[in-house]
Design a protein around this ligand. Structure first.
Ligand code: IFM
Length: 455
């Protein structure tokens, strides 16, 4: 029914520029484990996972991939793939166990220093994300991102990390997917800290964007040759029908899902059409905030997974929209539509409407129910097909003149998939969470062959 069996030879690394960044992505809470080692403080995810009902398989990131101890092996895998870049994140509670303080935790800084050296030794350019959702719990106890003080604490943290690691890290991503921080965490309550309040989510959103803007000059001061951006989760959208109502709903949904982030980051302030709908839910924005948020960046990170189909839904939340599931489309095990064309549409739209100097696909990947064969291999043909077809899409986008300069597969390893626990595997590498054995999947082997890595 679907053309999900692409010619595996249909794309070559040489189809891309020699300096194209090829990488894989991970994040601290999802892989590190060692939750209570070397002075790490509690994060909101430790607390959230400890509450029954929050995580589908009742697990946590306490051990995860034990990457904190096994990172040399994991970086060896990244090197063996033939990638030239590696995206990872820093756990803020390892640096400031209480969120802020006079003295950063030396063991936390040492750990990341060794990790970064390990990347450089293996020819992996470090791409760091400062915030991939593991806020120190102590900051949450003081209101979390809804409290403007957290913005200052983030900037202090960014200052310390960039002073310590900026001699070796040149690529800085301030935040991963602010939409998820705000709405999964503070409106839907399905992510830490588990709050369900629309107004709070919008205030969180504003503070996260503000902290991005305030951190930029600090990082630039510490790392004059830094290249800085944010990684947004963006979605191409289509109306559920040809009705005017669905078209208008799609525009509203786009307003909060995409433009609410893209517009202020590109100097346009918050979209007025959405602001009007928000009414009393609109965030408190102080004079000068929007100029700060619009601080010039060097690239835009786009995390692309799936398109959304939107219908008008009077009374469904403040935005009166609903995302509908259409039948007869190919989906991953998560139910996310597989649409390489959606990626083409999205990146064309972003380039046309916002003209970022460079775009990096900072995440793209899929989850399927992997099976280990008797021989011990993982023949994840669907994930491999997903990868090949999305890389073909990247090639089309580049050929159209969109400045896409790199691709980071999500993820190097199977890992802790937030509210789904370990039920969803996104890795190019299979992780047996009982033994911590790593096995490159067929998808990882394909990426390795494509990139000219070493088996
Ligand atoms: O695992 C997550 C990641 O942390 C953020 N982007 C989406 C991935 C898959 O859900």
């Amino acid at each position: 029914m679907f053309n999900n069996n692409p010619d595996l030879q249909s794309i070559q690394r040489s189809d891309f520029a020699a300096d194209f960044r090829w990488g894989s992505s991970t994040s601290s809470y999802q892989i590190e484990g060692a939750a209570y080692e070397d002075g790490r403080g509690e994060s909101i995810w430790d607390r959230f996972c400890a509450t029954s009902g929050n995580i589908r398989d009742r697990t946590s990131g306490e051990v995860a991939c034990d990457h904190y101890h096994r990172w040399p092996q994991d970086l060896d895998i990244a090197r063996s793939l033939g990638t030239n870049a590696y995206r990872f994140s820093i756990a803020w509670p390892r640096i400031f166990p209480l969120g802020r303080g006079d003295v950063p935790n030396p063991q936390g800084l040492d750990y990341y220093s060794r990790l970064v050296d390990g990347m450089l030794e293996r020819g992996l350019e470090p791409w760091v994300t400062l915030y991939h959702w593991d806020l120190p719990q102590a900051m949450q106890d003081r209101g979390g991102w809804a409290n403007r003080d957290t913005v200052d604490a983030f900037v202090e943290y960014a200052d310390v990390v960039s002073r310590h690691l900026g001699d070796r890290i040149k690529h800085w991503i301030t935040h991963n997917e602010p939409w998820c921080t705000a709405f999964h965490g503070n409106y839907e309550g399905v992510h830490a800290p588990g709050i369900k309040n629309f107004k709070t989510a919008l205030q969180v959103c504003h503070h996260v964007l503000l902290s991005h803007g305030l951190a930029i000059p600090v990082i630039r001061r510490n790392v004059p040759d830094a290249r800085i951006g944010a990684a947004l989760s963006l979605h191409p959208l289509k109306p559920a029908s040809e009705s005017m109502q669905d078209a208008a709903a799609t525009r509203r949904h786009d307003g909060l899902r995409n433009r609410w982030f893209l517009d202020p980051l590109h100097g346009r302030g918050y979209p007025e059409d959405v602001w009007k709908i928000l009414g009393e839910n609109a965030p408190v924005v102080q004079e000068g905030d929007l100029a700060i948020i619009a601080a010039p960046t060097d690239f835009l990170g786009v995390n692309y997974y799936f398109p959304e189909i939107v219908a008008d839904a009077p009374g469904a939340g403040v935005m009166s929209t609903r995302v509908v599931e259409t039948k007869d489309v190919e989906r991953t095990a998560f139910g996310w539509e597989v649409s390489p064309d959606g990626m083409v549409d999205l990146l064309n739209r972003v380039a046309r409407d916002y003209r970022p100097a460079e775009i990096y696909i900072t995440e793209n990947g899929s989850t399927y129910d992997d099976v280990v064969t008797e021989a011990g291999s993982i023949e994840d043909n669907q994930r491999r097909s997903y990868l090949v077809r999305h890389l073909l899409a990247v090639k089309r986008i580049v050929d159209m003149g969109v400045p896409v300069k790199g691709y980071f597969a999500w993820s190097l390893l199977d890992n802790f998939e937030w509210a789904e626990g370990y039920l969803r595997r996104f890795g190019l590498t299979y992780v047996d969470f009982q033994t911590q054995k790593r096995t490159l999947k067929a998808s990882g082997q394909w990426y390795q062959t494509f990139l000219g890595g070493v088996q």
